[in-house]
Ligand binder design. Structure first.
Ligand code: AHM
Ligand code: MG
Length: 339
């Protein structure tokens, strides 16, 4: 058994050019994850943790009490570090600039979805924290600016998630593969579960909110019919599995092989998921594990962001499955929904 802390130290020795200064950020995440593990596990016992907070985020979505708790926990954890110059969250309208001298001299900015899939909390279903780290573009010594956060995903220096499921796991990449750690609450340690996680090239699981079927582009409709068709050679029909919690759906598909799709739809012309908080970090992990992530046409990591809370259609998972879905998207163009 090796702890996350020991693993990070080992990796720094193995990759001398690895950004050693990221270890402070990973420590902050690890600490926040422990607090959130505790809060999520007790949520059913504490009235102040369950239900709606009575507020909305910038996208007009109802915030859950635990969304707000997770946001504040992460913000506090990062504020306490020397390496973080600013923070952006799905739950806050604008970037948060860490104005102290320490913040102005720090090199990194962090974007996060503090509690993804939070509508699942009240029913005891897995949720997650997603994070993404960039090196700032603005000069060190000055406060960070919006430009530091609006970088394409291919500039991420680290990304990952914590999934609060039947066990709590932290999964991350710094560009040298994907590694997963399981939390042992009795000793308070994240222990190494798997080094160099790989997504199977092919899979038999597809994950999508099929209730929206009639609103999907033609390419997605045709791909879903392909997934459901009988074909022994390719193990079809595939299995439909959808938790409605991106982190959990992604985590399962990464281990077993599968595709997760949140496409554009007449109700969501640009998809529902956020490029900076959800899609870029998951895309970085997917590629590092040997999978693919696209918007149906192009690589997610190459999209130039224009807005902090920008949404994007998302196809992620096993390489061959994502490629096939993309083929359907170009074979069945759909005016009005295609970019
Ligand atoms: P959230 O960040 O507000 O929780 O929204 C993102 C979540 C994803 O985790 C999940 O895959 C998706 O929204 C589910 O949406 P839907 O209920 O439309 O299927
Ligand atoms: Mg989310």
């Amino acid at each position: 058994m090796k702890s996350l802390g020991e693993f990070i130290v080992d990796k720094q020795a193995q990759y001398p050019d690895a950004k050693g200064d990221l270890s402070g950020i990973l420590s902050a995440l690890r600490l926040a994850a422990k607090f959130l593990h505790r809060d999520i596990n007790k949520a059913g016992l504490i009235q102040d943790f369950l239900g709606e907070a009575g507020s909305e985020n910038i996208q007009g979505e109802n915030q859950q009490k635990l969304d707000v708790i997770a946001h504040n926990t992460l913000k506090k954890a990062f504020l306490a570090r020397d390496d973080v110059a600013g923070f952006a969250s799905e739950e806050e309208d604008d970037i948060v600039i860490f104005e102290s001298e320490k913040g102005r001299n720090a090199k990194y900015v962090i974007l996060t979805d503090p509690l993804d899939g939070s509508s699942n909390i009240d029913v005891n279903v897995a949720v997650g924290t997603i994070f993404s780290v960039y090196r700032r573009l603005s000069p060190v010594g000055e406060p960070v600016t919006l430009e530091d956060f609006l970088q394409p995903g291919n500039q991420q220096v680290a990304a990952g998630y914590v999934v609060y499921g039947s066990s709590t796991m932290l999964v991350y990449t710094t560009g040298n593969g994907v590694h997963s750690f399981t939390f042992d609450p009795s000793v308070g340690v994240f222990g190494l579960s798997q080094e160099m996680v790989c997504i199977p090239e092919d899979g038999t699981l597809y994950s999508i909110n099929e209730g929206q079927y009639l609103r999907f582009p033609q390419g997605v409709k045709k791909y879903l019919k392909y997934c459901q068709a009988e074909d022994e050679a390719t193990n079809r029909p595939y299995k439909s599995r959808y938790i409605g919690s991106l982190v959990s759906d992604f985590h399962r598909n990464m281990i077993k092989g599968g595709i997760y799709i949140y496409p554009s739809a007449t109700s969501y012309p640009n998809g529902k998921l956020r490029l900076l908080y959800e899609c870029n970090p998951m895309a970085f992990l997917a590629e590092q594990a040997g999978g693919l992530a696209t918007d149906g046409y192009q690589r997610i990591l190459d999209i130039e962001p224009t807005e902090l809370h920008q949404r994007v259609p998302f196809f992620v998972g096993s390489k061959n499955m994502v490629e096939t879905a993309m083929q359907f998207m170009s074979d069945y163009p759909d005016e009005g929904l295609t970019p």
